[in-house]
Design a protein around this ligand. Structure first.
Ligand SMILES: *Cc1c(COP(=O)(O)O)cnc(C)c1O
Length: 338
């Protein structure tokens, strides 16, 4: 099937802006840096999951689902956008949130995405770990079915072949914007968490016959693990679309040196990137994903991975509601004004 043959909801604000980061480019003194503003996709606070949910929830609706079930860390942006999409479609939403990040306190437990999940009418199930989450998801699904409903389980991050189509489509959107501006980009930098966004972008580039390199900045797993996950997702999405792809191992580049102590745990480089971009561009990043992604971009520029005159695109994937959950971790280390 072609991309246009897959049912898709219109629930994201598209196209998202493509903007130059002129002051950041000048500050770093390397390539020209652009940002693709997928923090502006709407759907209760923006982010990359809106694009995946356009395909996933179209499928849920097509099969007659009554209850959407998904999972993610306590401060999952994916859970929050899924809750919003379900509310919009009048479906029930059950969020299973394992405590996989070793951060405690009221802000992490109740502010940021959790506050929004509650406002959006999702049912929250806080569990100890990923094994407990899988167990809970089966229980909830069985309960929904027993009551005569139809459960629809969306994987962590919305990352399956269908969800990744959101980013295959996003590459088409980007190319339209670049064509309208008679411009091109030489590299794309994007965060890699559950892999679907990175995979969709690579599949989209392959579909367009483009060889623009993509750097996936891992925020969770070692490069070998995350590369394997991402390659599998590219292959599965390409299969859905009937696109041939070869030598994916060379195309899927994952960098894992920006994770720090672990998923969701702050790093000095993330803190510095968050403050720098806020102060010289007025642009908000998030502590779990895009802050680490931008730390990666900054280091790649400093390592001279790109030349002056090249254009590098930072794909902003959202997550800013997470800032409020990390207030106690962030406030004490906001750099003083010089
Ligand atoms: C989920 C998420 C990502 C990672 O996307 P994946 O498709 O899971 O790799 C990046 N940034 C933000 C803000 C996210 O919420």
């Amino acid at each position: 099937m072609k991309l246009a043959d897959f049912p898709r909801l219109e629930i994201a604000h598209r196209p998202t802006p493509l903007e130059p980061l002129r002051r950041l480019s000048a500050h770093l003194g390397g390539p020209e840096i652009l940002v693709k503003r997928d923090d502006c996709t709407g759907l209760a606070g923006g982010g990359n999951k809106a694009r995946k949910l356009e395909y996933l929830l179209a499928d849920a609706q097509a099969v007659g689902a009554t209850t959407i079930i998904t999972s993610g860390g306590v401060q999952s942006n994916h859970a929050r956008q899924t809750a919003a999409a379900a509310a919009r479609l009048g479906l029930r939403c059950e969020l299973v949130l394992p405590e996989i990040v070793a951060i405690s306190g009221d802000s992490y437990a109740a502010n940021g995405n959790v506050l929004l999940d509650r406002l959006l009418g999702a049912r929250l199930h806080i569990v100890a770990d990923s094994a407990a989450a899988r167990q809970k998801i089966s229980e909830i699904a069985a309960g929904v079915a027993a009551a005569g409903g139809l459960p629809y389980v969306i994987p962590v991050g919305g990352s399956n072949a269908l969800g990744a189509l959101g980013y295959v489509a996003a590459v088409g959107e980007l190319f339209e914007q670049l064509a309208a501006g008679q411009a091109a980009v030489d590299a794309i930098i994007v965060v890699n968490g559950s892999g679907g966004t990175h995979a969709g972008i690579v599949a989209g580039l392959i579909a367009h016959g483009s060889s623009i390199p993509v750097y996936g900045i891992s925020v969770a797993h070692a490069a070998a693990v995350q590369t394997a996950t991402t390659v599998r997702l590219v292959r599965e999405s390409a299969e859905l679309l009937g696109i041939a792809c070869a030598e994916l191992e060379n195309r899927v580049v994952v960098l894992d040196q920006f994770i720090g102590p672990g998923y969701g745990l702050p790093t000095p480089e993330m803190r510095a990137a968050l403050a720098l971009v806020a102060r010289i561009e007025g642009l908000l990043l998030d502590p779990v994903y895009t802050g680490k992604g931008m730390a990666g971009l900054i280091e790649l520029v400093q390592r001279r991975e790109f030349r002056a005159g090249q254009r590098v695109l930072f794909w902003h994937t959202g997550g800013t509601p997470g800032l409020f959950a990390y207030e106690p971790q962030l406030t004490p280390t906001i750099p003083p004004l010089s």
